[in-house]
Ligand binder design. Sequence first.
Ligand SMILES: Cc1cc2nc3c(=O)[nH]c(=O)nc-3n(C[C@H](O)[C@H](O)[C@H](O)COP(=O)(O)OP(=O)(O)OC[C@H]3O[C@@H](n4cnc5c(N)ncnc54)[C@H](O)[C@@H]3O)c2cc1C
Length: 434
Amino acid sequence: MSTIETKVEPRQVPLAREGSPSMHVAVVGGGIGGLALSAGLRRNGFDVAVFDRDTDVAATGGYHITLDERAQSALERLVPPQIMRRLLASGSALRMRERDAFWDHRGRLIGHGPDLTGSASVDFDRITLRTLLAEAVGDDLRLGKEVSGVDHDEHGTPRVQFADGSSVTADLVVGADGAHSVVAQHLAAGPTNSPAGIIGVSGRTRLEDLSPAERKRLGSRSALAIGPRGAALYIGFLDPVGNAALDAPDLRMSVTTCPTYIWGAMFPDTADTEPWQDLRGEQLQTALLDRFGDRKWAGHTLEVIARADRESVTAFRFTAASTDAADLAPWRAGSITALGDAVHATPPTAGMGAGAAIRDAADLLDQLGATADGTASLTDAVGSFEAGMRQRGSEMLTLAMKTVRRILVTDTPLGAAATAVATPILAAATRLRP
Ligand SMILES: Cc1cc2nc3c(=O)[nH]c(=O)nc-3n(C[C@H](O)[C@H](O)[C@H](O)COP(=O)(O)OP(=O)(O)OC[C@H]3O[C@@H](n4cnc5c(N)ncnc54)[C@H](O)[C@@H]3O)c2cc1C
């Protein structure tokens, strides 16, 4: 086994711990997937170092992250039980929410999602999730380290190069560096995703800041409204205090402390919306309200945007990898691999990106376990992991792209006509339902 070494700085990466399988793993990117993997490797005695360009894990954007039952059970295998308990004490349980609602652009109810009382899914603040994962990784997380490239050294050992000129080698390098991954682009010899054709604008609004009528209409539920000409509004309900997944207030560390709507507006990404990328806060909020007004959305349906915390309003472009499993991780398995958004960047319309990254991490850890007892080579272990990841990524992308297409089709002449005709009929049918 090779050892990890730095070129410019004194040795930073710890030597193998006593009793460890003595495999050295360098993880590029300390986001959700990279931290989850590193926590699991550390917990299982591997020698790990995870590098992120951020200097503070809590100083990151992002709103709520949904983890379904599969993602939670993967996480349980990766982090210590006490971290899991603190996380659940800080999460908002879907089972306590009313059924999701579907609205049209006039605020008419079109339909409901399934009954959530049996749902095991939990929504978390992204900052809380990342902070707790970082705690599980401890001093194996190296912040302020921007990775500029990966390659193999003259002995064929995988190597990570940093923007500051230093480098490290390891037995295995894992790229968990998100949608614009340096590692995955090196492996795939090009980008692993492309713009999905939608621009999103997100923000957060406290329930108490809405009028009584809108509070009543929106309720303790999430909702999606799709209007004509490619305009859509997702409104997620988050209440980690009132709807705590684990009733243990002394363990709670949620960023959201009162019932809050986390919303995301979506429009086709066109030359008209290009300037939104450079707008923030009130200017972006005004541009968004004007655009919905042009699309004839009823005034009351926009209250959630108009009464948002202005500082929270930000624009982001959706990116998506291919839905075809064969296109994901299109490289031969070896001692450099990647996971999460680096491989299967997914628009937030499925709410599964972070969960998939965590499941990737748990699967890679399981596969690496087989190398420790000699039942598999590193290449075989990585190959098995990548095969599972392709499947997982493809399923999630297929789901997410369905909603993206549903939104985009309303921006075609036929789609606009179909939306205009179908939604009042659906709304009336829903009202008549017993
Ligand atoms: C700021 C932000 C906000 C998000 N908000 C939401 C949200 O509200 N809801 C939702 O469902 N999903 C959100 N996502 C997406 C969701 O978090 C991802 O789908 C999920 O976390 C996938 O995990 P990942 O580990 O693959 O990538 P990420 O969690 O994106 O982590 C990638 C990490 O790599 C680091 N990195 C990237 N390039 C380099 C480099 N060259 N050198 C060193 N480090 C590097 C980044 O700093 C980041 O920490 C957000 C992602 C980000 C980055």
